[in-house]
Design a protein around this ligand. Structure first.
Ligand SMILES: [Zn+2]
Length: 492
């Protein structure tokens, strides 16, 4: 048994540890050393240069201040030194499709989303739909150092038709309303305008014009009324989830779109509607045209239409099968009861009433999607990593590593997949001078890995440390973040 004195000492010690951890993780500048040096590490800088073994990287404040051979880089006196021998240093990762505020505000983004992102090495996100005031508050808390979180770029609410697919949305029924909608979002400081599936052609082209006039870029879904080729030609900067892409590679594109938009026959039963949809998908797959695919990819390349596939969403929700359902995944311990319910509802809607033929069709569509992405990559179409977290079955942070694995399965080299989450997003965001690669003067967003991701892309999950805007987070700190997220989930 411990005596009272030991107990008091233990209390003081644990209080001090807790205090130190909280203070260190939550407030920004107090305890940062004079510099950090990672020595004898293999640097995979994501510029496309070959790996550089036995390198030293020095971090001063929030920046990388030196990168070079360990034999020649000067380590500042009083710098904290980490031995990186046998380890690999890569740039921090970007998830280019998330919905930070979709996990229950105000606590969901802060207590659930951010810890999972940071523990998984995601240091930049593009939020693809949420309320501006929430997102601005989150960004401010991170920038002021009050909270640990990724660098955030965001679109704010969706521009959509009536009824909107998701909330928050601004309804844009026709071209008349586009000026007001785009001006309003621009004045609120959004980084991009997000277009959604139910926009009319007139509204969509109005938005495209307005964005051109106001110097904004627009991103999102290809609306149901349009071809992906038309969206590309209209200047859409990124297409998400392959919306409209498979259809645009079909030799029967127009006919299939007309059928998709037409209302079903009156009094159609659910089973009949399912059968109709199955036939439609079958014809979509059977009418794939090599020539149309090539033309479309040329168009994407010429217009620099970036692609964010969000494979975790496609696999675990869009084309969900009982095999890809994550209900029993041990990581569901990070879900609050509220979120569990939302996810369960999403899975039910996707699985219920479907049977083996539906699921095998879904598997075929996924296979075809992977093939198209392989061709896109071979054609030089720019690709970025993204997940759509926290949509049902898409867990923040963890899912980004899965997306990278799917990109490799589609045909990207591990280096290209790594760049799709580092150098490429920086290029897309116009921030190449700031982030995305390991080079002098760039923001110190880094991941120290225990194994080489160029040998197996899954090694991006073997995270030893994360450097977030100059702050060094040890494995124990990352585990502490995960434990906190788990604790939050259990109590909400
Ligand atoms: Zn989304």
């Amino acid at each position: 048994m411990e005596n009272p004195k030991q107990r008091i000492t233990a209390c003081i010690v644990s209080f001090l540890i807790l205090f130190a951890a909280c203070g260190w993780l939550q407030s920004c500048s107090a305890s940062r050393p004079a510099g950090i040096a990672v020595t004898h590490v293999t640097v995979l800088d994501a510029t496309g240069a070959p790996p550089r073994p036995d390198s030293t990287v020095v971090i001063t404040g929030t920046r990388i201040s030196a990168v070079g051979p360990s034999s020649s880089v000067l380590i500042p006196s009083r710098a904290k030194v980490f031995d990186g021998a046998g380890k690999f240093l890569i740039p921090g990762l970007a998830d280019m499709h998330v919905h930070l505020t979709g996990a229950g505000e105000p606590a969901g983004s802060r207590e659930f989303f951010f810890p999972l992102l940071i523990a998984n090495g995601i240091t930049t996100v593009r939020d693809m739909g949420g309320k501006v005031e929430f997102l601005r508050a989150l960004r401010m808390e991170i920038e002021s150092g009050e909270r640990l979180g990724p660098q955030i770029f965001f679109t704010g609410p969706y521009l959509d038709g009536e009824p909107p697919s998701f909330q928050p949305a601004i309804i844009v029924p026709s071209a008349t309303e586009t000026h007001q909608a785009v001006s309003q979002l621009k004045s609120q400081g959004v980084d991009f305008i997000k277009v959604q599936s139910r926009l009319s052609r007139e509204a969509y082209f109005g938005i495209a014009n307005e964005c051109r006039t106001q110097g904004m870029r627009f991103v999102g879904h290809v609306p149901d009324t349009l071809s992906a080729a038309e969206a590309s030609a209209a200047g859409q900067a990124s297409i998400e989830h392959l919306t409209g892409v498979l259809l645009a590679t079909s030799s029967r594109e127009e006919e299939l779109r007309r059928e998709q938009l037409a209302p079903g026959p009156p009094k159609e039963t659910i089973n009949a509607a399912r059968e109709r949809s199955r036939r439609w998908q079958r014809r979509l797959l059977d009418s794939a045209s090599t020539q149309k695919t090539e033309t479309l990819l040329r168009e994407f390349l010429t217009n620099q239409t970036w692609q964010v596939l969000t494979f975790p969403l496609l696999v675990h929700l869009g084309y969900l099968t009982p095999q890809t359902d994550l209900t029993d995944d041990p990581r569901s311990r990070f879900l609050s009861s509220n979120l569990k319910q939302i996810w369960e509802q999403g899975r039910k809607e996707s699985l219920d009433g479907n049977s083996a033929p539906d699921f095998s069709l879904r598997e075929e569509i996924l296979k075809r999607s992977l093939e198209i992405v392989g061709r896109m990559n071979a054609a030089g179409v720019p690709i970025m990593a993204g997940t759509d977290a926290a949509a049902p079955n898409v867990l923040p942070g963890f899912s980004l590593h899965e997306d990278l694995a799917y990109l490799v399965q589609a045909g990207l080299t591990p280096l290209q997949a790594l760049q799709a989450a580092t150098a490429k997003p920086a290029e897309f965001l116009g921030k190449s001078a700031e982030v995305g690669t390991i080079e002098t003067d760039k923001r110190a967003d880094l991941l120290l890995l225990d194994a080489n991701p160029l040998e197996d892309i899954r090694n991006t999950e073997k995270i030893r440390s994360v450097v977030l805007n100059g702050r060094w987070l040890e494995r124990s700190d990352l585990d502490w973040l995960l434990a906190n997220a788990e604790h939050f989930a259990a109590s909400h």
